[in-house]
Design a protein around this ligand. Structure first.
Ligand code: ATP
Length: 369
């Protein structure tokens, strides 16, 4: 399922050159993007980059200063929030404490013109979807945090919105519960077919749940791609650095066809890389490579294009993996991540050990911005 690759697919949401200014401050800057039906779309970016403003414009709590927002092909800017097929679930959940789970879910339906018997059916369906049937009579204070989150989700989906906006939906849950709930969220999104747009500070969460991730900075979309696309092929140092751990090494490029050498220090071999970007000879570039792409060994690995010698400065044992910080003679500190499988158990390096780092020419990316 990848409608963004299909030129005939109709987007559910279209932002067309949307700008939002608060006074002379530009919170969202000339933004154009399509979000498709049944997508799980994540907005990522540092605090203040405009994620919430974008969501609030979708919900109708803010209007753009310039540009259009279309839903199903129609401009929704003049449509008030309560008449949009859009709902928003807040981090606080905002459940009514004096109402039961059942009543909380039914609340919005009762205020609509849905007939009474249908309300019962719809609430039952939502309780089933979120596995809360057994708790229908309880009050919010009589259920757990994870269950409250599910009730909030059931309530947000009860009126079958076309678009559900989720603002840090799992922010109140602890790590373990949060991980389990991510999969539930994906499951529920799939079952209902509703388009979800999520804002989260947790990049792992965004990568886990989303079909596509948008990385924002200062009101602009820097890159929009699948989680793997964002992680494996970041378009800038900003994105490479924002998502996951990465080594960034600067140098001058020498180019021969699709092969690029990155000369990062005097008197040592350059880094060998391949690229499809237009890079010119002598251009200043940044080379980005993820720690898990680099192998740490006593000897250079013959089947890899890149070999650099260094000294172990730090080892972080994380159980399944260990992180090695290796200082190169040219001064750079490189981090490498190795799985602690049984095969590698004999690889017990210690501080100050001389090691070889090896990686392939396709492991990293050459970036020009
Ligand atoms: P966070 O992750 O901290 O929630 P965000 O990416 O959601 O941040 P926004 O809340 O969209 O950021 O805010 C973007 C920028 O717009 C911020 O610099 C903020 O101060 C500014 N801003 C937001 N709302 C208003 C407002 N009503 N008046 C003036 N400035 C605002």
């Amino acid at each position: 399922f990848a409608p963004w690759t299909d030129p005939t697919a109709q987007p559910l949401i279209q932002f067309k050159n949307v700008t939002k200014q608060f006074g002379d401050f530009t919170a969202v800057d000339d933004l154009t993007i399509n979000i498709y039906e049944r997508e799980f779309f994540a907005l990522l970016g540092p605090s203040g980059c405009g994620k919430t403003t974008l969501m609030r414009m979708l919900a109708g709590f803010e209007n753009p200063t310039h540009g259009e927002i279309l839903l199903g092909g129609k401009n929704i800017v003049p449509v008030p929030p309560n008449q949009r097929p859009v709902n928003m679930m807040f981090q606080s959940y905002a459940l009514f404490p004096h109402l039961s789970v059942w009543e909380n879910i039914a609340f919005g339906l009762k205020r609509s013109d849905m007939p009474k018997d249908q309300i019962g059916d719809r609430v039952a369906e939502m309780l089933r979807l979120t596995r809360m049937e057994k708790f229908a009579k309880r009050k919010p204070h009589q259920i757990s945090g994870g269950q409250r989150q599910r009730v909030a989700l059931a309530r947000s989906l009860a009126k079958a919105p076309k678009l559900l906006l989720l603002d840090e939906p799992l922010g109140a849950l602890d790590k373990k519960l949060r991980n389990d709930t991510q999969f539930e969220l994906m499951d529920i999104q799939e079952k209902t077919g509703t388009t979800f747009v999520i804002v989260t500070h947790d990049q792992e969460e965004a990568m886990t749940v989303a079909s596509r991730v948008a990385v924002m900075d200062a009101g602009k979309m820097i890159q929009v791609d699948t989680p793997a696309g964002i992680y494996e092929a970041p378009n800038s140092v900003y994105v490479a650095d924002f998502i996951g751990d990465v080594n960034i090494i600067e140098g001058n490029a020498s180019v021969s066809g699709e092969k690029v050498d990155v000369h990062f220090a005097e008197g040592v071999d350059p880094i060998h890389a391949v690229t499809d970007k237009p890079i010119t000879d002598g251009q200043r570039v940044s080379y980005a490579v993820r720690p898990e792409k680099i192998s740490v060994d006593r000897e250079p690995l013959a089947d890899r294009a890149n070999h650099v010698k260094g000294k172990v400065e730090d080892i972080g044992y994380l159980g399944n993996v260990s992180t090695y910080h290796v200082r190169l003679p040219s001064g750079q500190l490189v981090s490498a991540l190795m799985t602690n499988s049984r095969r590698l158990a004999r690889r017990d390096f210690t501080w100050e050990d001389e090691v070889w780092l090896s990686w392939t020419d396709t492991a990293g990316v050459v970036l020009t911005e």
